[in-house]
Design a protein around this ligand. Structure first.
Ligand code: XMP
Length: 514
């Protein structure tokens, strides 16, 4: 049976992944495609519905992203959001122009509750607006279904053709009844039944992996993080001892992490995997010598990682498949799926070298968002402490040491990070924040220790709250926790004489430092 799919057509807006997540939260599978995707491809997918995203352009300008008008004739329901709504109107004969009053923020919107889209929504509801242009006149055939004081067409619909347009952003939580609206779209308008559930994902994946692998040998890149752990357990359930897990200690792990991973996945742990630990620390440090540029560091670490696997594979002999724990946001952020700008080339995707000595790469989590990976992990019976472990990037401490990586700097950041994590946990803040770590800034400054002048490094502490890791807020950790951590770090970690707390959210910063 074919899985119901909603396609998000990406016109370059910043909330595109959020739209896909919200749709999936309604138990409907959703994928993001660039607006450059051909209409043939869309037809092939046979989506139950299509969502046009927002975007930074003005649809009436010549070079702005657009789409063939034919899409409106496919009989597939379409919801246009922000730029997507304007483009729909523009292409179908409505009028879009610069708004006399720019709307930005939470705005009270009047909605027609007879609309399928606004069923069970309050007649006056708070929505998130962010637009310079506006629809001054809806296209022929469209009825206006929402409006504000400054925006005569906040929503419009052509019900016979199942075309819907909303100027605001139902996907962001500031739109108080946005989830309801998206659920109305996928259920009331597209007629979805909601067949995207984690138990069916696990079952289907195991079946698909078995079919694909046959009696082939599988090699899994296990890092001990949530993604690769879930991928490894999924694979081991599917192909048992045809699977070998190789854990590369690249010397950029957190303090004692190598031993911890071995304790869980090694021969004394609860899983019966073939487990190989490779101690490749020196190799990575050698490759990283003198390299300061973040993207190069990421690429080097990613490539070296693959090389180590190739070598292990050769030792094991005739390996057919390599498993990686790539997840959907990695794919989209690397510019593979959607239209958004490449922000960082993610370890699992951007760093692949040209030559890979395996038949194929298996990425069983490639279509999942992080919270879906966790749900799948629980479904697979992986212990909660592993499933809810805070994320740790593939390139590890390599991207938490600004500038050149050396063994000494790794030790500094490991020790500082261990102290920070210990103090955060002691204060009970580990449950309140989603990610917290220490980074080594490349800044050295003058200090005084005893009667001695010092010229040493500054550690930056980071703790963020986030639901999706695409946006994040700096957490308001109590001063006493930061204070205690600071004195411990400057006392216990050699060559650190200054500690700073990073107060920046994402955007404008990212969670990691590089
Ligand atoms: P940024 O720094 O992009 O991080 O705001 C968002 C989340 O992604 C993690 N991260 C990575 N994870 N490979 C990974 O598997 C990577 O290369 C990578 N870079 C960042 C980061 O820890 C945060 O949770």
């Amino acid at each position: 049976m074919k899985r119901e799919t909603v396609v998000v057509l990406d016109f370059g807006g910043q909330y595109n992944q959020l739209i896909a997540r919200r749709v999936r939260e309604c138990n409907v599978y959703c994928e993001i495609y660039s607006y450059k995707t051909s209409i043939e491809k869309i037809k092939e997918i046979q989506p139950k519905g299509i969502i046009f995203t927002g975007g930074p352009n003005s649809c009436y300008e010549e070079d702005s992203p657009t789409y063939s008008k034919e899409i409106f004739e496919l009989g597939i329901p379409i919801l246009g959001i922000c730029y997507g709504s304007q483009l729909m109107m523009h292409l179908l004969g409505g009028k879009v122009e610069k708004a006399p009053v720019r709307e930005y923020g939470k705005i009270e919107v009047n909605v027609d509750t007879n609309s399928k889209l606004f069923q069970d929504v309050s007649p006056k509801t708070i929505c998130w607006m962010s637009h310079n242009d506006y629809i001054s006149q809806a296209a022929p055939g469209f009825a206006i279904s929402a409006w504000t004081d400054d925006c005569p067409v906040a929503a419009a619909e052509y019900t016979e053709k199942n075309l819907y347009a909303v100027q605001f952003h139902p996907e962001v939580l500031h739109t108080q009844e946005g989830t309801k609206m998206l659920s109305n779209f996928v259920y009331n308008v597209c007629g979805c039944t909601g067949d995207w559930k984690m138990d069916s994902f696990v079952e289907e994946s195991i079946k698909a992996i078995r079919e694909k692998v046959g009696d082939g040998k599988v090699l899994c890149a296990l890092s001990g993080g949530v993604d690769s752990s879930v991928a490894a357990v999924l694979l081991s359930k599917a192909v048992g001892n045809q699977l070998t897990c190789v854990f590369v200690d690249h010397g950029l792990l957190r303090k004692n992490e190598g031993d911890e991973v071995e304790a869980v996945f090694g021969p004394d742990g609860p899983y019966s995997l073939n487990f190989i630990r490779v101690n490749a620390q020196e190799r990575f440090y050698e490759k990283l010598k003198g390299v300061e540029e973040p993207e190069r560091k990421r690429k080097i670490i990613g490539e070296e990682f693959i090389r180590v696997f190739e070598e292990e594979a050769k030792k094991i002999g005739a390996v057919d498949f390599l498993v990686q724990g790539t997840i959907y946001p990695d794919v989209v952020e690397s510019g593979v799926g959607g239209e958004s700008t490449v922000i960082k080339s993610h370890h699992n995707v951007g760093g692949l070298p040209d030559y890979v000595d395996f038949k194929e790469i298996i990425e069983p989590l490639r279509n999942l968002f992080k919270d879906e990976v966790r749900k799948a992990g629980l479904e697979l019976g992986i212990p909660e402490y592993l499933v809810f472990r805070q994320p740790f990037p593939g390139p590890g401490l390599g991207i938490r040491i600004i500038g050149e990586v050396t063994a000494e700097k790794v030790k500094m950041v490991q020790d500082a990070d261990a102290i920070w994590r210990e103090e955060i946990a002691k204060a009970g803040w580990d449950k309140k924040v989603n990610q917290y770590f220490a980074a080594l800034t490349n800044m050295r400054s003058v200090g005084v220790m005893g009667d001695e002048r010092t010229y040493d490094y500054a550690i930056a502490l980071r703790a963020v709250t986030t639901t999706d890791f695409m946006t994040a807020e700096s957490a308001e950790i109590p001063w006493e926790v930061i204070g205690r951590t600071t004195s411990r770090i400057v006392n216990e970690v050699k060559h650190v004489n200054r500690v700073m707390y990073d107060c920046t959210g994402k955007p404008p910063a990212t969670i990691e430092f590089e």
